[in-house]
Design a protein around this ligand. Structure first.
Ligand code: NAD
Length: 427
């Protein structure tokens, strides 16, 4: 299989799953959860590994490996995206599934946590190969997924079209005679998607930043923002900040970065990326390396690419006042400690990027009840959910004098533990 883009993750770090387990232990300790209750909620409930033989356009058959992990269904159907990336591993998918359990609980939506992935480089697949891979993967995970069991969504390098193929394949396999839109979220509008889903993660990041600015008595107008990873989450957050008069001074993607100390023209940059596939070469900006970008002096740094982007080796050089984790797991535990000591205000991933799963929940509600909400209804509900969650995490952070990350994990883990306890599964 072709290996293309390099991951941000240097290989000497702890694996994402080790980090997720450690974060769980810290939250469980702070909540003083009994050991037997921890054992009931800590580990994935179900794991499926699938072999995906795909006929390529040149006639050759290549093998890809795919995964679907259900970490928890205690609070509702498992919910979580599907990632296509050369660096996808089962370990990573287990970590991402676990984070989803706490994330859904932090924003208090009635879903558990799941995640899926296929180790592949979608940039090297033709549209036909991508569709065949997706349909084979969807057919292979059909025993696990369903509107009441497990509901996938887009993640890195998957999109609305891929969700439509999954929904179509699932519907054919189930032979109900009609489409089952509630089996995935993040679908195109024409296939039962929700208004506002495509921008939901970036919009949620923006709302948590509004709250953080208010809490820290900082002004958004003129605030300098740096975005690592100008994809779905990063570009929408950048656009909203730009439209509220913040200065987005640098952004990058897997191919390189651009910098302008007076602020980049984000709508034009989005068009440039749409046209060329990258931010590289944007007029009115200078090139910037990934290392330089992360070390820029700024008010807000938004890591919006992959795990472990900021680690022990580069964290000391970070000069941001706020880090808004649009990506999942962008800080290693070592980076986390260094940045906490420096007094950086961190909006942790399971809070910061929960806008995506929140509007996924809205999409599922609309599908299950045959509704179609207006865009302003989706935006208003999202804003309410994100701001409530931020203030709940902030209250715990202030009352218990713990980091924002630990506070978010305590809120998420605590809600899952409470669900187990009230259902009588424990003791
Ligand atoms: P995406 O595929 O739309 O964008 C990812 C971007 O990161 C691309 O622009 C890519 O070029 C860039 N990138 C990859 N490697 C990079 C590197 N080494 N340096 C700089 N940039 C790099 O994906 P997305 O959906 O925006 O997801 C980004 C992050 O946000 C992931 O961690 C994902 O799990 C998280 N997230 C996404 C959603 C969602 O709804 N899309 C929801 C929650 C969390």
């Amino acid at each position: 299989m072709a290996k293309g883009m390099s991951s941000v993750q240097p290989n000497h770090h702890k694996s994402p799953y080790q980090v997720a387990l450690e974060n769980f232990d810290a939250a469980a300790d702070a909540l003083e959860l009994p050991q037997d209750l921890r054992a009931m909620i800590k580990y994935p409930e179900r794991i499926l590994i699938v072999n995906l033989p795909i006929r390529m356009d040149n006639g050759e058959v290549l093998h890809f490996e795919g995964y679907r992990v259900q970490h928890s269904t205690v609070r509702g159907p498992a919910k979580g995206g599907i990632r296509y990336h050369p660096a996808v591993t089962l370990d990573e998918v287990k970590a991402l599934a676990m984070w989803m359990s706490w994330k859904c609980a932090v924003v208090n939506i009635p879903f558990g946590g799941g995640k899926g992935g296929v180790a592949c480089d979608p940039k090297k697949l033709s549209p036909g190969e991508l569709e065949r891979l997706t349909r084979r993967y969807a057919a292979s995970i059909t025993p696990l997924i369903g509107p009441q069991q497990d509901i996938p969504a887009p993640d890195v390098y998957t999109n609305a079209q891929i969700m439509a193929w999954i929904m179509d394949t699932y519907s054919m396999m189930k032979r109900e005679g009609y489409p089952v839109p509630g089996v995935v979220t993040g679908k195109p509008l024409a296939a039962g998607g929700s208004r506002g889903r495509d921008e939901a993660t970036g919009r949620g990041v923006f709302h948590t930043l509004e709250c953080a600015f208010e809490h820290l008595r900082m002004k958004m107008k003129g605030a300098r923002v740096v975005v690592q990873g100008f994809g779905n989450a990063g570009s929408v957050a950048a656009l909203l900040l730009d439209s509220h008069q913040a200065l987005v001074i640098a952004v990058n993607d897997s191919r390189g970065g651009v910098y302008n100390k007076n602020g980049l023209d984000i709508p034009k940059l989005m068009m440039h990326k749409e046209r060329t596939g990258s931010v590289v070469g944007f007029a009115g900006a200078e090139p910037i390396s990934s290392e330089e970008l992360l070390a820029l002096e700024c008010d807000v740094l938004i890591p919006a690419a992959l795990e472990n982007a900021i680690h022990g080796g580069n964290a000391a050089g970070v000069r941001a006042k706020i880090i808004a984790e649009a990506a999942n797991g962008p800080l290693t535990p070592e980076a986390d400690r260094i940045l906490e000591e420096k007094g950086v205000f961190i909006i942790p991933d399971i809070l910061c990027n929960a806008g995506g799963v929140t509007v996924s929940y809205f999409e599922w509600v609309q599908n299950e009840q045959h509704l179609m909400w207006e865009l302003h209804e989706v935006h208003e509900r999202l804003e309410r959910v994100m701001k409530n969650a931020f203030h709940e995490v902030l209250s715990l952070h202030l009352e218990r004098k713990v980091s924002m990350r630990l506070a978010a994990n305590m809120l998420g883990v605590g809600r899952v533990a409470e669900a187990v306890a009230v259902r009588g599964l424990y003791p």
